[in-house]
Ligand binder design. Structure first.
Ligand SMILES: [Zn+2]
Length: 296
């Protein structure tokens, strides 16, 4: 693996996404020598920030990836072939899904959002490995099938002159638990913490199916301006070819519960990713006919 240096770490500490929440202790301990210039472009609320660079949205961060091996229990990979693509529905359904639908945390079609916690809440993938790609951290683990697909995608990007970097992968329940608790302490209540951090058991990163990407130079890592980079634009165009979707697209906050994150991708398998692209469907919730999850 190639691990880039402090620039990425620093930018990671400044970053602001919603999808899982940061570790305030960790970020505070990270020395940020430069001016907070990147923060001015850092918002994850696309609707209010388009173009201006002003910052109405709460600061939201991605934590460092989880510590390694503890979550990677030995055992066979729980990989299964992607479930058949269900008939897409026209809009998020008002009716609750059948019990257990898209709820298997070991399946690539699991849907995790603010109203669909992982079951069990402390789920950990059966197997994890670090993809052999450029990374901004030494611990960016993914399920093996996801890691392989990611290696293909990064390789294809590289062949077209676009250098992608893996910024963050699996995060354990324990990591998210301490992260969220830190935010509750910092804000004084859960309501404040919920604006910046996913509750433990509700983070897509805990599935081992989700990851964040960045640019090779670390610029715009996990902040709004990433969406304008070649890395983001290439990934948005090509992710479906490798079984990935952009999980938190622009303008679907009321469905996914999170503002746009041009860096956060989720493995769903090519059956689903290609079907969604063909149909122009933007969210997993819509594709599977699940209710929107704007909040807990
Ligand atoms: Zn993410």
């Amino acid at each position: 693996m190639r691990v880039r240096g402090s620039a990425a770490v620093i930018l990671l500490a400044l970053a602001l996404p919603a999808c899982s929440g940061a570790d305030p202790a960790a970020t505070v301990s990270t020395t940020v020598p430069g001016p907070a210039a990147t923060a001015s472009s850092a918002t994850s609320d696309p609707s209010s920030a388009a173009g201006s660079g002003t910052l109405p949205a709460p600061v939201q961060r991605e934590p460092s990836p989880a510590p390694t091996a503890s979550g990677a229990a030995a055992g066979p990979t729980a990989t299964s072939t992607p479930a058949p693509t269900p008939t897409p529905t026209a809009a998020p359904s008002a009716t609750a899904p059948p019990a257990g639908a898209y709820a298997d945390p070991g399946a690539v079609d699991v849907v995790v959002n603010k109203r669909r916690p992982l079951v069990p809440l402390d789920f950990a993938p059966a197997d994890l490995r670090q993809p052999d790609v450029a990374t901004a951290t030494e611990n960016a683990l993914l399920r093996p099938d996801v890691a392989s697909a990611l290696e293909e995608m990064f390789g294809a990007a590289g062949n077209e002159g676009v250098a992608l970097t893996l910024v963050s992968g699996y995060r354990s329940f324990a990591t998210q638990e301490s992260t969220y608790a830190s935010w509750v302490a910092q804000y004084g209540d859960a309501a404040g913490a919920d604006t910046v951090s996913a509750r433990p058991g509700y983070s897509e990163h805990q599935t081992g199916l989700a990851f964040d990407i960045g640019q090779a130079d670390g610029a715009c890592t996990l902040v709004l301006c990433f969406r304008d980079t070649p890395a983001a634009q290439w990934a948005a165009r090509h992710a479906a070819d490798f079984g990935f979707i952009l999980r938190y697209p622009l303008g679907f906050h009321e469905v996914t519960g999170f503002s746009a994150e041009s860096w956060h991708f989720r493995y769903v398998g090519r059956d689903v990713s290609l079907a969604m692209r063909a149909a122009g469907t933007q969210t997993l919730e819509e594709h599977f006919g699940l209710p929107a999850a704007p909040s807990y």
